[in-house]
Design a protein around this ligand. Structure first.
Ligand code: ABU
Length: 475
C-alpha cells in the first residue's frame, strides 16, 4: 500500500469514527443540542482565514471535529426546531457515496446508477400517491419543487408561454391557503404572476383551507377578468401541521378545470402509514405533488421529489434540448436533464434508495406512526400541566402551544392578550442558550406560539417531559 493510500485510509477511518461517535451521542441525547456563540465568537473559534500555504490532509479531521462541535445537533433527541430531525446512517453513507462518485444527473451517460435509482424511487413515490402513469424529478428542496409545479400548471393553462411569455390579456391568478408555505407565493412571483396574483384562501380553526372559500375566491377573481389556473392544497402546513381537505378541493378544481397541486413537502410521507394516509385522501386526483423525504422520512437534506400525474409535463415546461448533452441516442429516453430547472444536479436519490433498502416500506411506516404517536403523547403530557394551552387542534406531527405565566392564569382578559409575545421568545432563547432544547416558535392567530415538531423517533417520554419542565423552569 502506498503511503498516500495509507494516509487517505486513516483519514476516512477517522471520519467514520467521528461520525459514529456523533450519532451515538445524539441518539443518547448526550451533550448540548447547540453551543450558542455570536457570529463573531463563532468566526474566531472556526479560524476562518484561508491559508496561503496548504495545511495538508492532516488538518481535515480537526476541521471535521470543529465543524461538528459548533453545528446544531439536528440528530439530537432534544432538537425539535425544524420539520426534520434524527439521522439515518444508511442514508449518510448514500450521501458520501454520491460525493465519491461525483457526477451530475442530466444524462444517463454521466449518471447511469443515479438515473435508474431516481426513476425507481419516483415510481415508488408515485405509486403511493396514486399517479399510475406519473413522472417526476428530484429537486434541491420543496420550494423549487413547488416552483416547478407552478410552472407546469402555467404551461398547461397558457401554452404560448414558453415562446412568447405572458400576454397582457392572460392575467393569471393562483390560489393557496393563508397558512401555506411562503414558497408558493414566491413561485408566483418567479412565474411572473406577482404576489398580487396569488390569492390566500381562508382556513378553518385547525388551519385547513376552506373549500367553499376557495370556490368563492375563484368566482370573484373570474369576475375581475383574471384567469385562475392553479390551486395548491397543503398536506402538512409548516406551522400547524394541518392537512387541507384534498378531496373537497379536488371537487372544486375539477369542476373549474384548474391544476391541483399538493404541497406535501412535509406531510406526504403520511402516505407511507396505513393509519395516517387518510389525511391525504383524494391525492391521486391532483396534477402534481411535492414530497420531501428529508422531512418525516429522516434522510439528510435535501431530498425533494417533484411528482407529476402526467408523463411529459416537465419536459414540455422546461425542456431546452441542449445538443451538447442530449445526443439523440437510445439512452436519451432515460435522461432527466430536460425535466429539471437545473443543469448540474446532485445525486440526491442515492441516500433515499439506501435508506429504503434498509428500512423497507414497513420500516418507514413504523417511523411515521412513531412520529404521529410522539406528537400525540407530547400533547397529552402537556395537557396534564397547568399553564400550557394547545393553540391548534393537532392533526399531524406538530403541536402548537403557548405557556401562560402562573401570575396571569385566571386573570381578566383573553389568554391571547395576557400572553406576552416576549415571554415565548425569552423562554425559547434561554433554552437555546443553555443548549438544552431547540424548539421553534411562529406567530399564530396574532401571537407567538411554540411549535413542537415530532421529527426524531428516538425522542422519548423523558425528553418530552424535560421540555415541558424546562419551559416551566424558565418562566
Ligand atoms: N421548508 C419548510 C421548512 C420549515 C422548517 O423546517 O421549519
Amino acid at each position: 500500500m502506498s503511503s498516500q493510500t495509507e494516509t487517505i485510509e486513516a483519514l476516512f477511518e477517522g471520519a467514520a469514527r467521528l461520525a459514529s461517535e456523533t450519532l451515538e451521542e445524539n441518539r443518547a441525547g448526550r451533550g448540548p443540542v447547540v453551543r450558542r456563540l455570536s457570529p463573531e465568537e463563532l468566526g474566531r473559534a472556526l479560524e476562518l482565514e484561508l491559508p496561503a500555504e496548504g495545511r495538508g490532509l492532516e488538518c481535515v479531521l480537526e476541521l471535521a471535529a470543529k465543524t461538528l462541535r459548533y453545528s446544531v445537533q439536528t440528530g439530537h433527541t432534544r432538537f425539535t426546531n425544524q420539520l426534520f430531525g434524527g439521522a439515518d446512517p444508511a442514508a449518510i453513507v448514500g450521501e458520501w457515496i454520491a460525493a465519491l462518485s461525483n457526477t451530475s444527473m442530466y444524462t444517463f451517460e454521466a449518471a447511469p446508477v443515479g438515473t435508474l435509482v431516481e426513476l425507481a424511487l419516483l415510481d415508488k413515490l408515485n405509486d403511493f400517491v396514486g399517479f399510475s402513469e406519473g413522472e417526476g424529478v428530484f429537486a434541491p428542496g420543496g420550494s423549487i419543487s413547488n416552483l416547478m409545479c407552478v410552472l407546469a400548471a402555467r404551461q398547461r393553462a397558457f401554452p404560448h408561454i414558453k415562446r412568447e411569455g405572458l400576454r397582457p390579456e392572460d392575467r393569471p391568478v393562483m390560489f393557496v391557503s393563508e397558512e401555506s408555505h411562503y414558497s408558493l407565493e414566491r413561485a408566483g412571483l418567479v412565474a411572473g404572476i406577482g404576489t398580487d396574483g396569488t390569492v390566500l384562501v381562508a382556513v378553518d380553526e385547525v388551519g385547513r383551507m376552506r373549500p367553499e372559500e376557495l370556490e368563492r375566491s375563484i368566482a370573484s377573481e373570474r369576475a375581475k377578468g383574471r384567469t385562475p389556473f392553479f390551486v395548491a392544497a397543503t398536506a402538512g402546513t409548516t406551522v400547524a401541521g394541518a392537512f387541507d381537505p384534498i378531496a373537497d378541493i379536488a371537487d372544486v378544481t375539477e369542476s373549474q378545470g384548474l391544476w391541483l397541486h399538493i404541497d406535501g413537502s412535509y406531510g406526504a410521507s403520511a402516505l407511507l402509514s396505513r393509519r395516517q394516509r387518510g389525511l391525504l385522501a383524494g391525492c391521486d386526483r391532483a396534477d402534481s405533488m411535492t414530497w420531501n423525504p428529508h422531512k418525516m422520512m429522516g434522510v439528510p437534506i435535501s431530498s425533494s421529489a417533484t411528482l407529476m400525474r402526467t408523463k411529459g409535463s416537465l419536459e414540455e415546461t422546461l425542456g431546452m434540448h441542449a445538443d451538447y448533452l442530449f445526443h439523440g441516442n437510445s439512452d436519451n429516453a432515460y435522461d432527466l436533464g430536460d425535466r429539471s430547472l437545473q443543469c448540474g444536479r446532485r445525486v440526491d436519490a442515492l441516500k433515499l434508495w439506501f435508506s429504503w433498502q434498509v428500512q423497507g416500506d414497513r420500516g418507514f411506516e413504523e417511523r411515521i406512526d412513531a412520529l404521529f404517536g410522539q406528537a400525540a403523547r407530547f400533547r397529552e403530557l402537556m395537557e396534564e400541566r397547568p399553564g400550557f394551552r394547545l393553540i391548534r387542534e393537532q392533526e399531524g406531527t406538530n403541536v402548537c402551544f403557548r405557556y401562560l405565566h402562573r401570575e396571569k392564569r385566571g386573570a381578566e382578559g383573553s389568554e391571547r392578550d395576557l400572553h406576552e409575545h416576549a415571554a415565548t421568545l425569552a423562554i425559547r432563547a434561554q433554552l437555546a442558550e443553555e443548549g438544552s432544547f431547540l424548539v421553534n416558535y411562529a406567530s399564530l392567530d396574532g401571537a407567538a406560539t411554540f411549535r413542537f415538531v415530532a421529527a426524531n423517533p428516538e425522542t422519548g417520554d423523558e425528553d418530552l417531559t424535560a421540555l415541558l419542565e424546562a419551559i416551566e423552569a424558565a418562566d
